[in-house]
Design a protein around this ligand. Structure first.
Ligand SMILES: O=C[C@H](O)COP(=O)(O)O
Length: 276
């Protein structure tokens, strides 16, 4: 059975002192969680701090991107190999905030993905549609296009690496990111099942193993209803990742959802979803 995965994307937040408090707090709280893996993706300059503070904990850490280049005259770029030297397990690839800044096309995101895999990192490959695209009934088409390079663009060697390093897909509808408006569990489940079906077109076995996490205004209030859906294997959290109580609470919820699915715990009564 797939373990849940809860990843905090710190985006452009942090500072040496605040990080220390937050990471130490997570370390104290996040251990012995059944069926859930946890991670934080920090700005590059804090990776060494995460490595120093988290190396003896079950919390993994990662970057928020890696360069499409491996080496050369590319001022300010950070390669996947460099990131891996700081003990990272993960790197986010193709986050919509990068795509929106026109900094990466699907092709560039795929190059970054390949570099991450060759450096032994687990990519968290982000896909998702904008509000206009959803309104235009194009959500699946957009996500399908974003997924095409991953499903069909990787040669056999790269696809084997994706399996080996347990590539993760994050479905993040752009309209739900940082807005307080999350996808409904049904909406998210439909898209996650669609993504899994696409992966099955290439490799049925891997489609059952790959984790597809949801991102976009996940909170302590909506986490249970989202993470208990059959194809939602965890969350990629933005704002909630910066509040230690919330991050810990959502990780515990993920563990409960895992246990309920495994039949180790009675399902909780359905909780109402309070909107912000
Ligand atoms: O990577 C995380 C997502 O962009 C979600 O951010 P959010 O939880 O603040 O909506």
């Amino acid at each position: 059975m797939r373990q849940k995965l809860v990843v905090g994307n710190w985006k452009l937040h942090g500072g040496l002192v605040e990080n220390q408090g937050l990471l130490n707090r997570l370390k104290q709280e996040l251990h012995d969680l059944d069926g859930v893996e946890t991670a934080v993706c920090l700005p590059y300059v804090y990776l060494y701090q995460a490595q120093a503070l988290l190396q003896d904990s079950p919390i993994a850490w990662g970057a928020q991107n890696v360069s499409q280049f491996t080496e050369g005259a590319f001022t300010s770029c950070i390669s996947a190999k460099m990131v891996a030297e700081f003990g990272c397990t993960y790197t986010i690839i193709g986050h919509s905030e990068r795509r929106a800044l026109k900094l990466e096309s699907n092709q560039v995101a795929t190059k970054r993905l390949l570099n991450a895999l060759h450096a032994g990192l687990t990519p968290i490959f982000c896909v998702g549609e904008t509000q206009d695209e959803r309104d235009g009934d194009m959500a699946e088409l957009i996500v399908r296009n974003q997924m095409l390079n991953v499903v069909y663009g990787l040669d056999d060697e790269a696809f084997a690496l994706a399996k080996k390093f347990k590539m993760v897909i994050a479905y993040e509808p752009v309209w739900a990111i940082g807005t307080g408006e999350h996808a409904s569990p049904d909406q998210a489940q439909r898209m996650h099942a669609f993504i899994r079906m696409m992966i099955a077109e290439r490799d049925r076995e891997f489609s059952e193993q790959i984790r597809i996490v949801y991102g976009g205004s996940v909170t302590t209030k909506n986490a249970h209803s989202l993470l208990s859906m059959p194809d939602i294997d965890g969350g990629l959290l933005g704002r909630a990742a910066l509040v230690p109580e919330d991050f810990v609470d959502i990780c515990r919820t993920a563990s409960r959802c895992y246990q309920q699915k495994a039949g180790l715990q009675e399902p909780s009564p359905a909780l109402p979803v309070f909107e912000a």
